[in-house]
Design a protein. Structure first.
Length: 608
């Protein structure tokens, strides 16, 4: 895991009162992530996608990595051993912030997350915002923010089981029960995978197919939450424990080297909210402890790293004052890492204060915000982050979104203290992000198109140095730009037939002396669901364009199709899910072949 994560790091309103012209038009879902104040997606200042519980279930995705790979404009990169990281708008994995119920959960050592370790079973919704979100959430939100939401009020019990090719075994249970003011949720899963699928081994002569060895996985997760709600108060406490063990296969040889990794995390967080006539006050905090062990018998390396982090926040929202919706908050956080390859004393504290507002003049809404962060290090760092978003209703159901915001990313513990190569004198990455787009609603159709540009200075890039090892350096400037286009359509075709379809096209390029490495210039995704009486059919397809490996070499583009069919009868759902139906040979990274065609059988029991 250490070598893989290090390699990843080296890669470069109360609902806001809005008047709608036609009251028969159904608005898209509500977003909180985009503005810190609940607002319909169509009125948000930046591009926002909300994947609700139904979208998560119909995708068939078991992990957040698979969900975002199918349904979002983000590029999800898979590595040998199952690791999955993402790139948003051409940025690195550390330049997209991942939140859990509003709290950051990325490792303070690596600055990123393995999305394959985040299960979807416990999630109620996933919000994906595109564009700099540092003014509301601080460091790392250069390309955008992903907020995983666990809160659920639906009274049900669900049991789900799967079995499939190459030793795939999956079992999960999810239950939410309500009694008067109290709501409790429990979710747990076990996921096993032998992973010995065949691949074309180019290390053999002659080249031939061999079973992949040493790629087994065992993952376990349990989540629990308790919520107490009354008219003016809401108290919630949640806990999530996850444990994973997996092999790191050697792709360039038919023999496994025996490398393995263990990932273990415990997260506990809580929220308290109180409403008054003048507004509301919300306070919360999260504490997280993580363990990562890496074993390589060939080199006799057996290292264990431990990280811990805690954060607290208090947020206030005022009732509308002369058409102004005002809010703000303060935050404090602590992070620490202990690893044999890190210098001692890896500890950091930070504090922040922010304010945001919404003001409307007829069809025009503006979203100003300002944030001040303060990092306590040997040299104190205090970035100031402003932003301004504008949403204009041009004509009926057609809105223009424009935003400009500063962005920054602080160096991680690995960047500063890794031995050898860490650079304690690194500057934070900082720059600006600009967006302009249109969103149009017509009945059950939503179309959105956004042009973006992100300019970063002092970007942190790991490069070889004369001493014979790699070290992080601040490069002068990078500029990523592109276009994101999406369409969503859902409609009842007949009394018994429903259709839902979606399309995403993301075009990304870089203007600099370097090149956009291991990120496709073009990625196209589409999905369709058709439900008729007791039968549901889902088809998902995605095209990934050529990826630049070096300045002169590129990987081949690939096209994948996935399918799922379910039969529903009462509380029972039986189905089959197929991956890579065209049996394409593809790689997200050189010498990291992905699985060929495979299928898994699914059984679900749901009781309301």
């Amino acid at each position: 895991m250490l070598r893989i994560l290090l390699f990843c790091a080296l890669q470069p309103l109360p609902v806001f009162a809005v008047q709608v012209a036609d009251s028969t038009v159904s608005l898209p879902p509500i977003t909180v992530t985009a503005a810190r104040i609940p607002v319909p997606v169509v009125y948000a200042p930046i591009r926002t996608q909300v994947l609700d519980r139904s979208a998560i279930l119909e995708s068939g995705a078991l992990t957040v990595a698979d969900l975002l790979r199918q349904r979002s404009a983000l590029y999800v990169r898979h590595y040998a051993g199952g690791l999955a990281t993402l790139s948003q708008r051409g940025g690195t994995a550390s330049q997209t912030l991942v939140l859990l119920d509003g709290h950051r959960i990325a490792s303070p050592q690596f600055g990123q997350l393995d999305l394959s370790l985040l299960p979807t079973m416990m999630l109620n919704a996933v919000e994906v915002t595109s564009g700099a979100g540092g003014v509301l959430y601080g460091t790392d939100a250069v390309g955008g923010v992903i907020n995983l939401q666990t809160a659920s009020s639906e009274n049900l019990i669900t049991a789900h089981a799967e079995t499939g090719a190459w030793g795939k075994r999956y079992g999960a249970v999810h239950a939410t029960l309500r009694h008067r003011h109290l709501t409790g949720t429990v979710s747990g899963e076990i996921n096993q995978y032998r992973g010995d699928y065949p691949y074309l081994n180019r290390a053999l002569f002659p080249v031939q197919e061999s079973p992949r060895e040493g790629g087994d996985q065992q993952k376990r997760s349990i989540f629990g939450s308790m919520t107490w709600t009354r008219s003016r108060d809401k108290w919630q406490v949640s806990a999530w424990y996850s444990d994973a063990e997996r092999g790191l296969p050697s792709i360039n040889s038919s023999l496994s080297t025996g490398e393995r990794q263990w990932d273990e995390h415990l997260r506990v967080w809580a929220h308290v909210r109180r409403k008054w006539a003048w507004g509301s006050l919300k306070a919360g905090g999260l504490t997280q402890a993580g363990m990562l062990r890496y074993l390589n018998p060939r080199t006799r390396l057996d290292n264990t790293g431990r990280t811990s982090m805690s954060s607290i926040q208090t947020r206030i929202e005022l009732a509308p004052i002369r058409s102004w919706q005002l809010g703000g908050g303060i935050e404090a956080g602590f992070g620490q890492a202990d690893h044999p390859s890190l210098k001692q004393g890896n500890m950091e504290r930070h504090y922040a204060a922010y304010a945001h507002a919404i003001r409307s003049w007829g069809p025009l809404s503006v979203y100003p915000a300002l944030r001040l962060d303060h990092y306590v290090r040997p040299s104190r760092i205090t970035p100031v982050i402003p932003s301004l978003g504008v949403n204009v209703r041009l004509i009926r159901n057609l809105h223009l979104k424009v935003s400009a915001a500063s962005a920054f990313r602080m160096p991680t513990f690995n960047d500063r203290f890794w031995l050898p190569g860490g650079n304690p004198d690194l500057k934070p990455e900082h720059g600006e992000s600009y967006d302009a787009g249109l969103i149009w609603l017509y009945g059950g159709l939503q179309i959105e198109m956004t042009a973006f540009m992100t300019r970063m200075r002092d970007q942190i890039v790991w490069q070889p140095v004369p001493a014979g090892h790699w070290a992080p350096l601040n490069v002068n400037r990078t500029t990523n730009y592109g276009l994101e286009t999406s369409a969503e359509f859902q409609r009842d075709l007949t009394a018994r037939m429903k259709a839902r379809t979606g399309f995403v096209w993301a075009h990304t390029a870089q203007k600099s002396d370097s090149f956009l490495r291991l990120v496709p210039r073009n990625a196209i995704k589409g999905h369709t669901q058709l439900r008729w009486r007791f039968l549901t059919v889902n088809i998902a397809a995605n095209y990934t364009g050529a990826l630049a490996i070096t300045s002169v070499t590129k990987s081949k583009p690939f096209f994948l199709i996935h399918g799922q069919m379910k039969i529903h009868t009462g509380p029972v759902s039986l189905g089959v899910h197929g991956e890579n139906l065209l049996n394409a040979r593809y790689e997200y990274l050189p010498a990291n072949p992905m699985p060929p065609r495979q299928a898994r059988l699914m059984l679900t029991l749901t009781f309301h």
